[in-house]
Design a protein around this ligand. Structure first.
Ligand code: ADP
Length: 591
């Protein structure tokens, strides 16, 4: 549809209307004025014709011409006398001989019928517009002819022209005034409308705090108020929606679970921070992409498709993804109903169960390892006890040797049981019940360990030294810390050859305490270093077992470091030997 401006809608029709009414009025007025004037003239001319009629002889003929020698023409009227046959016998302006027959002139026809006839037309003879009035010249009850009186009406037309010019001039002034008035009216309506338009545009841009100004026109003010009310309500609703959106986003962002929502076309419509982190993708960049474009995991894509296509409303599966390390995700998928779509979308919740699965695996491995470790001494004890029972060993020295083996295996079993108990306690969730921390000088603990192990080391042909001076006070559990250092020293004595130097050091660096046990023994190969802290891991199994090693010593040390919020590191090389260092904060949070 063709759009017109308010100006065109108001000003132009207004002007056209005024112009039309002016033209119509002036046409009607000038017509009426002319008719009135001519009627007046007709009456005048008729009166004059009647006077002339009185002067005429009773009979009229061509010979009567001499009778009409009128002097002058004071009234500036033209007088003609016409015989009933149309022949002009007298004309005050023209020689009648030169004039043609007037029987066809409308006023003559009328007059010959006995009525007053009149007509206006252009006279080619006089070259003027003329008014002709003719009356029948009845003499002795006989139609003797027609008296016609005529007069130029150019003056009337000139006057009318002047009048029309005046009317046109006044009309032009009225038009200009009307134009200016309508312009003001249009302006009065359009300027508040323009302000409203600007206000509405601001609303559309989302600036709902803006307000449309009220005008002095009642209807426009009502419209402005309605617009402002609408904006205020919209603002309110938008704020509520925004608040809900922020709330939802905050909740989704704070969730540990990864959440992905997809539409029926597999396009991602929502993906929270946790999902981005789990899948190692930028959550903002993923929005709008298809699952295939955004994720590089075929298993997850297949799961999403399964949820979309499934008749069941919720599905569960385990998905493995590979990033720096393997991550196991428990995926729960449910339909996401769309009011507009026949096919539902899907929402997938991802839970990182890697640790849970690892713990389950560790537990399983532990049970297998522990049973295996326990089975060996138990089988040995059982075998030797059976030997004693079936009476094949008679000699006292054989019996003594067997009982010695049984006693060692029992010791070994007891060592495993006590180490397992220690580990279980260290790993338990509620350590506070038995784990007491106190402020202790680390050097005192180290001196005590050196005191205990000095003779043992000497017996093994090794030397033990201590380097700990000054005041290294720290918050710790002295029994556990002593056990950890004893385990480390015992390991050197057990696993390193004669002549090994054991050097124990204690130092403090700002807020961290370092305790190290260094040896110059055979060292540990790099492939074994990551594994030596695992439970029951031993580099040389049979040798360790024969020395009474349970394979749990370093695992216990690691856990003791952990309960002190610390850690254990090892540096080792075949040439230089090994250095085990326990580091922990001087003041632990648990204290
Ligand atoms: P074990 O009861 O066998 O000593 P640990 O957990 O204490 O168990 O030690 C694990 C393994 O690490 C040992 O079997 C041993 O082979 C190796 N190991 C530990 N300490 C040392 C050391 N100072 N030098 C060389 N090897 C060591």
């Amino acid at each position: 549809m063709k759009q017109k401006s308010l100006f065109n809608r108001i000003v132009i029709p207004y002007l056209v209307l005024i112009m039309l009414s002016l033209v119509i009025t002036s046409v009607i007025a000038s017509y009426a004025f002319r008719t009135f004037y001519i009627n007046q003239l007709v009456d005048d001319l008729e009166a004059q014709a009647n006077l002339i009629l009185l002067l005429l002889p009773d009979t009229l003929s061509e010979n009567s011409a001499s009778f009409f020698q009128l002097d002058g023409n004071p009234q500036s009227v033209r007088v003609s006398v016409v015989l009933p046959g149309g022949k002009v016998i007298f004309d005050s302006e023209e020689n009648p001989v030169k004039m043609d027959n007037h029987a066809d002139r409308p006023e003559i026809i009328e007059a010959l019928l006995g009525k007053r006839g009149h007509s206006t037309r252009y006279s080619h003879t006089l070259r003027h517009s003329m008014l002709y009035v003719a009356i029948p010249a009845v003499k002795n009850n006989k139609m003797a002819g027609v008296v016609r009186v005529s007069m130029t009406i150019t003056a009337i037309d000139n006057n009318l022209k002047k009048l029309n010019i005046r009317v046109a001039f006044i009309g032009a002034i009225v038009l200009i005034l009307a134009f200016l008035t309508s312009l003001v009216i249009a302006q009065k309506i359009s300027s508040p409308l323009k302000l409203m338009q600007k206000g509405a545009e601001k609303f559309a841009e989302g600036k709902l705090g803006a307000r449309v100004p009220e005008s002095d026109t009642k209807e426009l003010t009502a419209l402005a108020r309605a617009l402002n009310k609408m904006a205020a309500e919209l603002d309110d609703r938008m704020k509520t929606i925004e608040r809900h959106r922020v709330e939802n986003e905050t909740i989704l962002a704070a969730m540990v679970e990864g959440i992905i929502a997809i539409d029926p076309g597999e396009h991602i419509i929502m993906l929270n921070r946790s999902a981005g982190k789990l899948l190692n993708i930028d959550e903002k960049a993923a929005i709008g992409k298809t699952m295939q474009e955004a994720l590089r995991n075929a298993q997850l894509l297949q799961f999403a498709r399964q949820v979309l296509d499934s008749k069941e409303t919720s599905i569960e599966d385990e998905i493995t993804i590979y990033q720096e390390e393997e991550i196991i995700l428990l995926a729960n998928g449910a339909h996401l109903d769309w009011e507009t779509e026949t096919k539902p979308g899907a929402v997938i919740v991802l839970n990182d169960v890697t640790r849970v699965r690892q713990l389950e695996q560790t537990r399983r491995d532990f049970v297998i390892n522990a049973s295996h470790e326990l089975k060996t001494p138990i089988t040995a004890i059982k075998g030797f006890v059976e030997t004693l029972l079936d009476g094949t060993a008679h000699k006292p020295e054989d019996i003594e040797r067997i009982l010695g083996i049984v006693a060692r295996q029992a010791d070994y079993l007891s060592a495993i049981a006590s180490d397992l108990l220690s580990l279980a306690r260290l790993e338990s969730d509620d350590k506070t019940a038995w784990l007491a921390f106190e402020d202790k000088n680390v050097c005192d603990i180290l001196e005590e360990v050196v005191g205990i192990y000095h003779p043992v080391a000497e017996k093994a042909g090794q030397k033990i030294s201590l380097d700990c001076s000054g005041d290294i006070h720290a918050t710790l559990n002295s029994i556990l810390m002593e056990q950890a250092i004893m385990n480390l020293v015992e390991n050197v004595i057990k696993h390193c050859p004669e002549g090994t130097q054991i050097s124990i050091k204690g130092r403090i660096d700002s807020e961290t305490v370092y305790i190290s046990v260094q040896d110059n023994g055979q060292g540990i190969s790099s492939e074994n270093i990551p594994r030596i802290f695992e439970r029951f891991y031993r580099i040389d199994k049979s040798r360790s077992r024969s020395l009474g090693g349970t394979g749990l010593g370093l695992a216990i040390v690691k856990h003791i470091a952990l309960v002190h919020n610390g850690q254990i590191n090892v540096e080792s090389s075949r040439a230089k030997g090994s250095t085990f260092t326990i580091s922990f904060p001087r003041k632990t949070d648990d204290s």
